[in-house]
Write a protein that binds this ligand. Structure first.
Ligand code: LIP
Length: 248
């Protein structure tokens, strides 16, 4: 395993310990928004991940949900979501994760997603297969939308909820089931493990999906990422097994 991957795995597991220790405890809230919550713990988790990565690679850059650090001129950028599923975490819903990806130039070359509550760790690299807890994982083999289970995300604003509802309405009649689970990265990890057939969200950030992209692709799936037409810096994502027709 590359040292990049082992560094990301170590950092994700250490941040996972921090999140487990604080799960269910009173939390410091930095911001309450209509459809989002920011926690002080988001910052503490990213600070821990940043320290562990930059201690190993002092000349690299960190680009995370809670800010940037390190040498931003570096070709190596670590893309970090220190708690993906922060609202779930705040409400003591045990469905959240840490997502860490490494991008070299424009290419994502390593990805790690860690669910500390179930102790499930997905990883993949340019020269490493997609694995769940060190066992190879693959996207689902289902080929019919009527047999599929999909996750649809609505992100954090009225704009994205309004644009997401018609998509959900279309899919909920055609798929076996649709889910809204609140963690983009875990949704992508579940696609890579065949638990979900697809995950669709029209406005997420790079840190939500960077690790999931390489993990899904190395598990045999496909990930389409496009710039959001209206929201600057936001992206739309369709991660799927690549075996079902979603264009209904
Ligand atoms: C979350 C995403 C989720 C989206 C939420 C939020 P966060 O990321 O994983 O898919 O629907 O609005 O953006 O903010 O918990 O890291």
């Amino acid at each position: 395993m590359s040292d990049f991957l082992s560094t990301a795995i170590h950092a994700a597991r250490e941040a996972g310990k921090l999140l487990r220790e604080n799960f269910g405890a009173p939390l410091e809230v930095s911001a309450f928004e209509a459809h989002d919550i920011k926690l002080d713990l988001d910052v503490r988790s990213q600070e821990l991940i940043t320290k562990l990565i930059l201690d190993r690679y002092p000349d690299h850059a960190i680009f995370g949900e809670e800010g940037i650090a390190g040498n931003q001129e570096s070709k190596y950028h670590w893309i970090v979501d220190p708690i993906d599923g922060t609202v779930n975490y705040f409400y003591s819903i045990p469905h959240f994760c840490i997502s860490i990806a490494l991008r070299h130039g424009e290419e994502i070359i390593a990805g790690v997603i860690y669910d500390p509550m179930r102790d499930e760790l997905w990883s993949a690299g340019k020269d490493a297969d997609a694995t769940l807890n060190d066992v190879a994982c693959y996207v689902s083999a289902r080929t019919k939308l009527s047999d599929a289970i999909l996750s649809v995300g609505f992100s954090k604003t009225r704009t994205t909820i309004t644009s997401g509802l018609p998509l959900l309405e279309k899919m909920v009649y055609r798929a076996r089931k649709c889910r809204l689970m609140g963690s983009a990265a875990l949704d992508m990890a579940y696609v890579a493990s065949g638990r979900l057939d697809a995950y669709i969200e029209q406005s997420v950030s790079l840190w939500d999906i960077a690790a999931g992209k390489i993990i899904v692709e190395k598990a045999g799936g496909s990930v389409q990422v496009t710039d959001h037409p209206e929201l600057k810096g936001k992206i739309s994502v369709i991660a799927s097994s690549g075996k079902i027709d979603l264009t209904v």
